[in-house]
Ligand binder design. Structure first.
Ligand SMILES: NC(=O)c1ccc[n+]([C@@H]2O[C@H](COP(=O)([O-])OP(=O)(O)OC[C@H]3O[C@@H](n4cnc5c(N)ncnc54)[C@H](OP(=O)(O)O)[C@@H]3O)[C@@H](O)[C@H]2O)c1
Length: 257
C-alpha cells in the first residue's frame, strides 16, 4: 500500500522547523543552516550538494531513506521559495537545475502557474487544493509508490490535522530557536499536535541529534477531532539501514505518551 511519509524533517528542541524572517538570503530565517547541518555533513547531503565525502553513520543511514520508494512529493509554497516568489516568473525553487526530488513534486499554493520540468525527473506542479485532494493527485502520479510530505511546517501541520500522514521521521536538533514555525502545534511544545497516545523509537547519533521514527496508525473509526492515532515504536523500514557498527555507537530509547 502506498504510504504518506515525512522524511529527514528537522526540529529544534523547542519544536521549530524553521526560523523567523525567511528571505531569499535566509531560506530558514534566523535559524540559518543549523537545523540541517546534520544532513549536510552526511554522504547523502554531500552528494546532494555536489561535494565529495560525507559521514556514514546513523545520520547518513536515515538521510538515505529520502529517495527509495518515493513516487511523488507534496510541499508548501513556503518551502518552494521565499515570500513573494510567485511575483518572479523565473523562480524555479532553491535547488538549481537538478532538484533532489527526482519525481513529480506538487507545490501547494494559492498562486498557481504552469508546471516546470526540471532535470533529473523533477517536475514542479502548482496546485491549489485541500490536503486530501493534493494527496489523491500525488498518489496517482506516484504510480503505487509512497508520497513524501516535504514540509514546511505549515503543510506538515495541515496533513497531520487531516490524519493523512502514515509515517514520520523527525530529527530533533539540539538547538533552541525561540521563534519561527512549529509543525506540531503552535503552543505547548513539539508534541502538541499529535493527538492520542503512542510510542516512538528515538535513535541518538554521534552529533547528539535524535532521530524519532514512528508509524502513525489510525485506531478505530475516525470522527473529526476525536481521531486517535497510535505511534508504533519501531525502526521499521529505516531499521534495515542500521549497520552493526552504527547500531553499536548509538543509544536507543523508547518513549510513550
Ligand atoms: N525543518 C525542515 O526539515 C524543513 C523542511 C522543509 C521546509 N522547511 C522550511 O520551512 C519553511 C516553510 O514553511 P512554512 O510553514 O512557512 O510554509 P510551507 O508549509 O512550505 O507552505 C505554506 C504555504 O503554502 C501554501 N499552501 C499551503 N496549503 C495550501 C493549500 N491547501 N492550498 C493552497 N495553498 C496552500 C500557502 O502559501 P500561498 O498562499 O502563498 O500560496 C501557505 O502559506 C521554509 O523556511 C523552509 O525552508 C524546513
Amino acid at each position: 500500500m502506498s504510504l504518506t511519509r515525512v522524511s529527514n524533517f528537522s526540529l529544534s528542541l523547542d519544536g521549530f522547523a524553521t526560523g523567523e524572517g525567511q528571505s531569499q538570503d535566509a531560506p530558514f530565517g534566523h535559524a540559518g543552516v543549523r537545523l540541517h547541518e546534520w544532513m549536510f555533513a552526511t554522504r547523502f547531503g554531500s552528494e546532494m550538494l555536489g561535494r565529495p565525502g560525507g559521514t556514514r553513520g546513523i545520520d547518513d543511514a536515515f538521510a538515505q531513506q529520502f529517495l527509495p520508494g518515493i513516487g511523488a512529493e507534496i510541499m508548501g509554497a513556503g518551502k518552494f521559495g521565499p515570500p513573494g516568489w510567485h511575483e518572479n516568473p523565473d523562480w524555479k525553487g532553491w535547488w538549481g537545475p537538478n532538484p533532489p526530488f527526482h519525481t513529480p513534486t506538487f507545490v501547494l499554493t494559492h498562486h498557481v502557474r504552469p508546471s516546470i520540468e526540471m532535470e533529473g525527473g523533477t517536475t514542479f506542479h502548482f496546485i491549489d487544493a485541500s490536503p486530501l485532494q493534493a494527496l489523491e493527485t500525488a498518489r496517482e502520479a506516484a504510480g503505487g509508490q509512497d508520497v513524501r510530505i516535504g514540509g514546511g511546517p505549515t503543510v506538515i501541520r495541515d496533513f497531520l490535522a487531516a490524519g493523512l500522514i502514515d509515517q514520520m521521521h523527525v530529527v530533533v536538533v539540539p538547538i533552541l530557536l525561540g521563534r519561527g514555525e512549529r509543525p506540531l502545534g503552535r503552543t505547548g511544545g513539539p508534541r502538541a499536535g499529535l493527538p492520542g497516545r503512542g510510542r516512538v523509537l528515538a535513535q541518538r547519533s554521534h552529533a547528539c541529534d535524535v532521530h524519532a521514527f514512528g508509524r502513525l496508525r489510525r485506531l478505530g473509526r475516525e470522527s473529526g477531532a476525536r481521531r486517535a492515532f497510535r505511534v508504533r515504536g519501531q525502526a521499521a523500514s529505516a531499521g534495515a539501514a542500521f549497520s552493526a557498527t552504527t547500531r553499536a555507537s548509538a543509544s536507543t530509547t523508547r518513549e510513550s505518551w
